[in-house]
Design a protein around this ligand. Sequence first.
Ligand SMILES: [Zn+2]
Length: 167
Amino acid sequence: MKRTEKASKLRDECGSSLNIDEANIQPFDVRVSPDVSFMTDMHCHLSNSEVIGLLGGDYDEVEKCLYIQAAFPCKSTARSDSGFTDVEMDSVSQLSVNEAIRRQGMKVVGWYHSHPKFQPDPSVTDIDNQNLYQNLYGREVPFVGLIVGTYDGTSDLYLFFHIFSRL
Ligand SMILES: [Zn+2]
């Protein structure tokens, strides 16, 4: 379905009183390989502290679809807190994982981290980091953030997010 058709369908479903136009619908689709779920699930359950990594994949401009093909664990920076909040990516690890992703013919299309103790909603720090990463990686392809909530104990919760400016 084309973007204009999506906007029209949303307008029909939600009523004409809502101001729904192309600017208000999701700018691209996201498709995720089962390999990503497998790797992030395993990585995020290895520690009671937050863990972090990068996502590799590619973007289809015609389909307007971001394909996330693989997850790559990264080291986090040393921390002085209890280790449960605001994980940061080690810059040396980030560079080497960037290279590993590119060597496999993929682009860096996102980052992930875990929330082992609370809901997978982005914190202010997460949004700041997403903004930084989007400016760094998001010039060529869309760049998304993924938060894996592992606190439940029965099933993981996955939340993808992306920031865009209305300016
Ligand atoms: Zn977070």
